[in-house]
Design a protein around this ligand. Structure first.
Ligand code: HMG
Ligand code: MG
Length: 302
């Protein structure tokens, strides 16, 4: 057991959380959410995606959202850029970090980004080159590391292959993503071990959707390996349009509650985070999908 003393959480709510919403969320609401997250102490926020508006209409306002944010010193703003066209569109938004996203499953790669795994790496190469030439940090993500909605179970060897390809192409960090939330602790550890064959412990993160309620135990299993960076989504928002039935990411509020209870520092103010989650949940007309947020809101109301 080598539990980290502090953990960095990347809130992917504005991007992963909102991309799947059917009704358009105004840019001003997305911007207000980012502001609330940074005020709550988040040090990195995944703001939006520069993807095809035909594929993901909710992210069509990417440039407007990035332009509207009042940046806070010490906070990093990341965006998804699946190809050079997306990267070039993102440049004037001055992202601190760009995210290239591939998959351990061929079928998911085809459905999500319309190309094979090998083709995706060819598309990523010029993005990485251009980003690094401009001093922009590049995070790679590998999706469907445990299971795929189209292919079923995914072996760790396939995660290792994409981890190697991401490393070769120059991605500086690797996110290990259980896109459909089917993972359980040992399987997620095996996927993370596969990533660690090519990336250092300081350069990997976990991204766990909570479809089967396993995201917290999966987070704990990775903490026990020494992993200290995770993506999470305020109010448990989220889902991928190309992974039907999968629910949101693990709620940031739940992860923060667990970590603080374990004496692990996050730099996040849980009360302000709960307010941020309530803000966006109120806008969407639903309750926060977070047990910790629900408990805290009930306690406040009592
Ligand atoms: P494509 O059709 O293969 O690309 O799409 P293309 O180069 O053949 O271009 C076709 C059309 O798309 C052209 O427009 C291009 O200009 C346009 P047309 O001539 O038909 O009018 N186009 C673009 N427009 C805006 N931005 C761009 C862009 N690229 C091409 N960057 C592409 C390839 C990747 C763009 C497309 O498949 C796409 O946008 N897919 C959506 C991917 C996505 O956003 N998925 C959800 C996020 S990933 C996720 O949620 C998983 C994650 O959370 C981790 C996990 O949980 O696993 C990260
Ligand atoms: Mg995701």
């Amino acid at each position: 057991m080598k539990l980290p003393r502090r953990v960095k959480l990347v809130d992917v709510g504005p991007r992963d959380g909102l991309q799947n919403e059917k009704e358009p969320v105004p840019a001003a609401v997305k911007i207000a959410l980012v502001h609330r997250l940074q005020d709550a102490g988040l040090k990195e926020i995944e703001v939006t995606s520069f993807v095809s508006p035909k594929w993901v209409p909710q992210m069509a306002d990417a440039a407007e959202v990035m332009a509207g944010i009042q940046r806070k010193p010490g906070v990093r703003y990341s965006v998804l850029t699946p190809n050079l066209k997306g990267f070039e569109a993102a440049l004037s938004s001055r992202p601190d970090e760009v995210v290239i996203f591939g998959a351990a499953s061929e079928a998911f790669s085809q459905r999500n980004i319309n190309c094979s795994i090998a083709e995706s790496i060819e598309r990523f190469a010029p993005v990485v080159e251009a980003a690094r030439a401009k001093g922009i940090y590049v995070r790679g993500v590998v999706s469907t590391v445990v299971g795929c909605p189209y292919e079923g179970e995914i072996a760790p060897e396939r995660v290792e292959l994409v981890a190697r390809l991401m490393k070769e192409v120059g991605a500086q960090h690797l996110g290990v993503a259980d896109t459909i939330g089917v993972g359980t602790p040992r399987k997620v550890q095996a996927a993370m071990e596969a990533a660690l064959k090519h990336y250092a412990l300081d350069d990997v993160s976990g991204h766990f959707h909570d479809t089967y309620g396993q995201a917290l135990p999966n987070t704990l299993a990775c903490l026990e390996m020494g992993v200290w960076q995770f993506d999470s989504s305020v109010a448990g928002l989220g889902g991928c349009p190309y992974a039907k039935g999968a629910t949101g990411n693990v709620a940031t509020e739940d992860v923060v509650y667990m970590l603080h209870g374990m004496g692990i520092d996050t730099g996040i103010d849980l009360d302000q985070l709960v307010d941020a989650g309530k803000f966006i949940s109120d806008f969407l007309g639903r309750k926060p999908n977070s047990r910790a947020a629900t408990a805290i809101l009930n306690k406040r109301a009592a």
